[in-house]
Design a protein around this ligand. Structure first.
Ligand code: ADP
Ligand code: ZN
Length: 612
């Protein structure tokens, strides 16, 4: 029986059904994720809701499940065809009557889908805002039994958000034209201005607002000062063999070079950036989505609309330009709630570059000040002396306790009494009369006789050569940290010459002690916190076989592997080794439909494995 076609004929949820029952029977989930249940209940009760949840928090379920609890059609507004396509195929695999109207279909197909929506044969109808607001669509849907309109990526309606799309502004009119009584909207955008703007533009009154914590506890966080990017990447990938992941680079050229470097090492890596032909870009994105264990090397052009749940790592070869971007990019890892890793490299060079871009941009001084403040916040995150997650969440206005799942909590970053080193560095600043940049100061400390040193007579200073015992890069790290803590800072008006702060003078006079981090250069152990109830004791060989079977089935049906079963489902199978369909029931992700449609094939594979 064809899985996808049969979904058309058996719409689920023609009557009211209990939320919990649908969660288990249809979606195959044992429990709601934090925050989901209250939203589901509010939506199912007919409330207008604005849900703010981090990426991977499980927003889709918050409207999909209520859509099944009640009669009628739910219209889902989604900005990207790729997003719609993946959501629709995932829903159909669960036996839910979902369809998308978009330019991938011919117009006859689109008309047919709209007609079926009018007949109430479709529960979830995905559509882009521009198509939904067109006269033809409005006419076609006039008699449809619309229960609610769910707006995905709702920040697109706001100019304050990072991805404004004017078409979203038409949705208020659509609501009036089609006389839709319930609108629900979801976004992962954190800040209050955007949130208020969404509430005002999409809703007729004040919606119920639900804001979930922005913490993504399953993503372990690490950052290191870049020494040799490729060596660090290689080391990192060794610890993450066979995993799907994203490597972000700042420029197209670096993307191409890095991808080539990895391919030459025999890894399955594909490049993605706006300079590639559209067809190649799409092809590479598809490979990443559909195959297991592919690495995509990309610029920030990659990501929006990619909701692959089993991305296991995000590695930043170059620093993103602010914390918002960083948070958004690492958020693409571990949406399935299983352990994932975010590792970023940073360097003084790119931070200086950000500052130059800001200075060179044609904006108001106020805007520049805001941008500089964002860079400062980013630097503080990089050089955080305590839990990185506390700093990250603090940026979004959340207070938290040390997380135990970052490089700093993991004790991988050691600190030491650096008072003497700091005095040497600060003395170099003072003795050269606060007019020189870091590189020159380091040369003074290390006793290098360059022309510039001789010309200024700096080889005669008492500080000259007192820092021979430290390498250039450790001096850079020391200066960076002194800068972050606020003992000294580069003065842009004086061509980047470093100046001491009052605290800096106190250190120099021996009135204050300085504690610095020995820089974290080791990427060896990953202390990824296991998902609380994920079995750690499973049959690895069986898991391999199950993955292979998943691959085959996914190919046969041209859907991404995770649409068949998630990693968690396969891990649970490999741990519990079910010998009957009854034992399959109740595993994560196995609802009624998949129990009938997919479980038998996997059961057979388990038995074959058990027989040797
Ligand atoms: P986002 O909030 O980014 O839109 P999604 O709705 O795509 O997140 O959900 C992310 C992943 O979490 C999906 O693979 C989804 O199937 C899974 N998921 C959602 N809710 C639950 C749940 N209650 N239990 C287990 N997995 C869930
Ligand atoms: Zn921590």
């Amino acid at each position: 029986m064809d899985l996808l076609e049969s979904a058309h004929r058996t719409p689920i949820g023609g009557d009211r059904r209990d939320a919990e029952a649908i969660l288990g029977d249809v979606f195959g989930f044992q429990a709601f994720r934090p925050g989901q249940e209250e939203i589901v209940r509010a939506v199912a009760a007919g409330a207008e809701v604005l849900g703010v949840m981090p990426t991977g928090g499980g927003k889709s379920l918050c409207y999909q499940l209520p859509a099944l609890m009640r009669p009628g059609v739910t219209i889902v507004v989604s900005p990207l065809i790729a997003l719609m396509r993946d959501q629709v195929s995932a829903l159909r695999a669960l036996g839910i009557a979902a369809a998308a109207v978009n330019s991938n279909n011919d117009s006859a197909e689109n008309r047919r889908i709209l007609a079926r929506a009018v007949e109430g044969e479709i529960k979830l109808l995905y559509i882009s805002p521009e198509r939904l607001s067109s006269v033809e669509t409005i006419e076609a849907l006039r008699d449809a039994p619309i229960t609610m309109m769910a707006v995905d990526e709702a920040h697109c309606v706001s100019q304050w958000g990072h991805d404004f799309r004017p078409e979203y502004r038409l949705l208020g009119e659509v609501r009036r034209d089609l006389d839709i009584h319930q609108t629900v909207a979801f976004t992962a955008t954190a800040d209050k201005i955007t949130r208020d703007d969404i509430a005002e533009r999409l809703f007729s009154g004040q919606p119920k607002v639900f804001v979930r914590s922005f913490d993504r506890p399953n993503i372990s966080l690490a950052m290191t000062a870049r020494q040799d990017g490729r060596a660090e990447l290689t080391r990192f990938l060794k610890a993450h063999e066979g995993e799907s992941g994203i490597i972000y680079c700042q420029s197209r050229r670096r993307v191409d070079e890095t991808a080539q470097f990895l391919v030459a090492k025999g890894l399955r890596a594909v490049p993605y950036h706006a300079g590639l032909e559209r067809t190649e870009r799409d092809k590479n994105q598809d490979i990443f989505l559909r195959e297991d264990g592919v690495i995509v090397v990309a610029t920030v052009a990659f990501g929006m609309g990619v909701d692959k749940p089993d991305v296991r790592f995000v590695f930043h070869m170059d620093m993103p330009k602010n914390i918002e971007s960083y948070y958004q990019e690492i958020g693409r890892a571990g949406r399935d709630g299983l352990p994932a890793t975010a590792h970023a490299l940073y360097g003084f060079g790119e931070i200086r570059q950000f500052r130059q871009w800001i200075e060179g941009s044609e904006t108001t001084p106020e805007q520049k000040a805001v941008e500089h403040a964002k860079v400062n916040a980013l630097v503080s995150l990089c050089e955080a002396p305590t839990c990185r997650r506390v700093v990250l969440l603090g940026y979004f206005g959340e207070q938290s306790e040390p997380c135990g799942n970052c490089d700093l909590c993991g004790g991988k970053v050691e600190t030491f009494d650096a008072t003497v080193l700091a005095q040497k560095a600060l003395s170099a600043v003072a003795r050269t009369r606060e007019r020189f940049g870091v590189e020159h100061l380091i040369n003074v400390l290390r006793g290098e006789t360059s022309d510039k040193i001789v010309q200024h007579g700096h080889d005669k200073l008492p500080t000259f050569g007192v820092g021979k015992d430290q390498s250039k890069s450790s001096w850079r790290s020391i200066f960076r940290q002194l800068g972050v803590i606020g003992y000294a800072a580069a003065d842009a008006e004086r061509f980047g010459g470093w100046r001491l702060s009052e605290a800096g003078w106190r250190v120099l006079k021996g009135q204050e002690k300085v504690t610095l981090r020995k820089d974290a250069l080791s990427l060896k152990d990953k202390t990824a916190k296991a998902a609380p109830d994920l079995p750690s004791d499973y049959d690895a060989a069986l898991l391999e076989r199950l993955r292979a079977l998943r691959r085959t089935l996914a190919d046969e049906r041209s859907v991404p592997a995770y649409v068949i079963f998630s990693d968690r489902t396969l891990i649970e199978m490999a741990a519990r080794v079910p010998m009957s369909l009854d034992e399959m029931r109740g595993l994560h992700g196995i609802g009624e439909r998949k129990l009938a449609d997919l479980a038998p094939a996997f059961l057979e594979e388990v038995r074959r494995h058990a027989d040797g």
